[in-house]
Write a protein that binds this ligand. Sequence first.
Ligand SMILES: [Zn+2]
Length: 169
Amino acid sequence: MNNRKLQALRNLAERPGTESEGKLAREILDRLERKLPEDDSEATRWFWFEKYLRTRDMSDLEKACSFPNYCDCGASYRTPKCENLTLHSKIRSQTVELFPKGTRIYYNRWAYEPNSPGIVMGYPRDAERLWNWMRIKFYSLKSARNVPVYSRSGYHVSIEPVNRPELQK
Ligand SMILES: [Zn+2]
């Protein structure tokens, strides 16, 4: 993330020239903060925001904001959050079925060592918000923690170690 651009966006959100400018800037900030690590829509947002900084054309700012977000369930959405609740709860049940409490698993996601071994301790109670999360006790850590286990690219947990963890970012 480019700090200078981010600062420009924050400045605009806090001290907008017009009301709609501020509203759009806050929406873009919010979307960027909630983005997925693999979400390619971030680059597109920055592209339009940078263009806006040069042109000061409100339609460029609108484009930066209207580009859809991608939910971990795979759906794209323009609403503040994904409304695909049926799919979320289906994935949640499937997760519980595939990886019941006590299952030995390997976890693969960016920021973690490839094939981090652990054991399934449960699933966060806030099923609506954390529908794709799991509570895992990693062997390398003292206490259990909640981590996301499903995204657009599929599961980040498996029963067997995976060969090419770099593909499961
Ligand atoms: Zn979704």
